[in-house]
Write a protein that binds this ligand. Structure first.
Ligand code: CA
Length: 231
């Protein structure tokens, strides 16, 4: 099992330390942010598998930040666990409405936190959860970083692999070049939209070796989509 990338957004160093100490290093990679601004910077580096988000942050509140993450195409699917000092029912509901997947109430035990993280990761979108995605005769082996067509392995560059992973995780959805840049290259990347076309071309070339290039379709005026259905 590959290690899960967790981003903790919490202004109290003692709690960040407690969490860093509690999460087994062989299972989780922890990145830290003290406020929403720092969290944005960490998100631009790469999307985490899960965000632990403190409710009471200086400046932008945790709830506001959760809303912002959910509105943004780039971050909308990242699971969020709220850390809250408030046990009142209303506050929990507001947090869940803001887009949090779950919450833990301070003070919490490491065991409770880890159990919640496991549960939320299990429920999370299939692209983060499963080790294989199958569609259109292709098997994307995420853990093994391989693409298979039957028994045959298809060579893919790392960017093409990430691109295909994104497509296969969201079949039949049309993505603009800008959305693909955000999702595959990350928001911090300074890359021209034409770069997307170059990698789409390479991906199709690789798929053409097994006659499956038709899976990556151009939608005129809109972008690209992956679809196992032919029209
Ligand atoms: Ca706080």
């Amino acid at each position: 099992m590959s290690s899960k990338d967790i981003l903790i957004v919490e202004d109290e160093p003692a709690i960040r330390e407690m969490i860093a100490f509690s999460l087994p290093a062989e299972e989780f990679t922890l990145r830290e942010a003290a406020d929403a601004g720092e969290a944005e910077a960490r998100l631009c580096e790469r999307l985490p598998d899960l965000i632990l988000l403190d409710w009471m942050l200086p400046g932008t509140s945790g709830m506001e930040f959760a809303r912002r993450l959910r509105r943004d195409e780039y971050s909308r699917h990242v699971p969020i666990i709220m850390l809250t000092a408030r046990a009142e029912e209303d506050d929990r509901i507001t947090g869940l409405e803001a887009g949090a997947d779950d919450y833990v109430t301070k003070p919490f035990s490491p065991r409770e936190l880890i159990a919640r993280i496991h549960a939320v990761l299990r429920r999370a979108s299939p692209d983060r959860d499963s080790d294989r995605i199958e569609s259109g005769g292709l098997t994307l082996d995420i853990a093994g970083h391989r693409l298979l067509y039957g028994q045959r392995q298809i060579d893919l560059g790392p960017t093409e692999f990430r691109l295909l992973r994104h497509f296969m995780s969201h079949p039949d959805r049309v993505y603009s070049r800008g959305q693909l840049l955000d999702a595959v290259w990350g928001r911090g990347a300074y890359v021209e939209e034409r770069t997307v076309d170059v990698h789409i071309l390479r991906l199709r070339k690789a798929l053409a070796t097994v006659n499956r290039d038709g899976l990556v379709q151009t939608v005129r005026g809109a972008g690209y989509r992956f679809s196992a259905q032919t029209d």
